[in-house]
Design a protein around this ligand. Structure first.
Ligand code: URA
Length: 306
C-alpha cells in the first residue's frame, strides 16, 4: 500500500472514530497517551515498504488513541466513556422549588451561609446575630428584625427603622407606624395577623436613605424572611421596598397599584406611610392599592361613614 493510500485509510479510521464518539455523546476526549519513543521512531522512519506503512498506521493510531478499524464501526463497548455534563461553578444544583428563595445571584460576602434554604424566623434572626456587616451596625441602638405572625399571609415591607424603631427594636412604631397600623386595620386585619419588616434592619443615621451597600448587606436576610413566611401577598411600602424586591428602578408613582410578582408571591407596591403623612392627598391612591390586596383575601372595604 502506498503512503498516500495508507494515510487515506488512516483519515477514514479517524473520521469513523470521531463520529462514533459524537454518536455516543462524548464531547471531550481524554488526553491522548503520549506516543512512546518506539512509536515516534516508527512514525518518523522512512516509508519504503508495506510493513513500514503498517507501522506508521499503528504509530499514529496509538498516538491518538484510535480504536481498531473494526471498533470504529462496531457498537460501543460496555464501558464506553460517558460524557457527564459538569455544572458551571456558579450554577446552584437542582433543589425542590419550595426551598428556592430567589434567582441565583452571587451572594455578597455578608450573605447568610445558606440563602437558598428555607429557615425559621428564629434561625434567621440568630444568623444575623449582633450584625456588623455594614456601617449601620456602628450607629444603631437596636437591630429591628421584624414583628408579627410567623404564619402571616400578608407581609408589609418598609424601608428601614427610624428613631422610634431604633429605640424600641420594633418596626413601624413611630408616626408612620401609627398610620400603617390604621391602614392594616382598615383592611380588616390586625398587626398580629400580619408580619412587618424592613429592607434594612438598622436605622440609617438622621433618617437618611439606606445606601446600596447597606441594602445589599441586608437583603439576603429580607429574602430569607420572605421565604420563611411564604405569604400570599407582600405589600411593598415605598420606593426602596418596591425597587429592591422587584429589581426595578421605575418610580414608585408608576409602580404603585400594579400587581407584580416576587419569587412567585403576589406583590403590591404602594406609597410609604411616611410619604402619606407628608402628602395626605395621596392617601386615596394608597387606599385603592390596599383595596386590591383586600380582594385577594375576600375582604370588603368598610362601608363609608354617613
Ligand atoms: N419607616 C420604615 O420604613 N420602617 C419603619 O420601621 C419605620 C418607619
Amino acid at each position: 500500500m502506498s503512503d498516500r493510500e495508507d494515510l487515506s485509510e488512516l483519515v477514514r479510521d479517524l473520521r469513523g472514530h470521531l463520529s462514533w464518539l459524537a454518536d455516543n455523546g462524548v464531547r471531550e476526549l481524554p488526553a491522548p497517551p503520549r506516543p512512546s519513543a518506539a512509536s515516534v521512531q516508527a512514525a518518523n522512519a522512512p516509508a519504503s515498504s508495506s510493513t513500514r506503512s503498517g507501522s506508521l498506521r499503528d504509530a499514529v493510531r496509538s498516538a491518538v488513541g484510535s480504536p481498531s478499524p473494526t471498533r470504529a464501526v462496531a457498537p460501543p463497548p460496555a464501558q464506553a466513556p460517558v460524557a457527564v455534563p459538569r455544572p458551571a461553578a456558579n450554577v446552584i444544583p437542582f433543589a425542590p422549588r419550595s426551598n428556592i428563595v430567589a434567582p441565583a445571584q452571587p451572594p455578597p460576602a455578608s450573605a447568610p451561609a445558606t440563602p437558598a434554604i428555607r429557615r425559621s424566623l428564629e434561625e434567621i434572626r440568630a444568623e444575623i446575630g449582633a450584625c456588623q456587616r455594614c456601617k449601620l451596625g456602628k450607629t444603631r441602638t437596636n437591630l429591628v428584625f421584624g414583628v408579627g405572625n410567623p404564619k402571616a399571609e400578608l407581609v408589609f415591607v418598609g424601608e428601614g427603622p427610624g428613631a422610634d424603631e431604633d429605640a424600641q427594636g420594633i418596626p413601624f412604631v413611630g408616626k408612620a407606624g401609627q398610620l400603617l397600623t390604621k391602614m392594616i386595620e382598615a383592611m380588616g386585619f390586625s398587626r398580629d395577623d400580619v408580619y412587618i419588616c424592613n429592607v434594612v434592619k438598622c436605622r440609617p443615621p438622621g433618617n437618611r436613605n439606606p445606601e446600596p451597600d447597606e441594602i445589599e448587606a441586608c437583603e439576603p436576610f429580607l429574602k430569607a424572611q420572605l421565604a420563611s413566611l411564604s405569604p400570599k401577598v407582600i405589600v411593598a411600602l415605598g420606593k426602596f421596598a418596591a425597587q429592591t424586591l422587584l429589581r426595578d428602578t421605575t418610580a414608585i408613582t408608576r409602580l404603585r397599584g400594579n400587581w407584580r410578582e416576587y419569587c412567585g408571591i403576589r406583590l403590591m407596591p404602594t406609597f410609604h406611610p411616611a410619604y402619606l403623612l407628608r402628602s395626605p392627598a395621596e392617601k386615596a391612591k394608597a387606599w385603592e392599592d390596599l383595596k386590591l390586596v383586600m380582594k385577594v383575601f375576600g375582604k370588603e372595604p368598610p362601608a363609608k361613614k354617613q
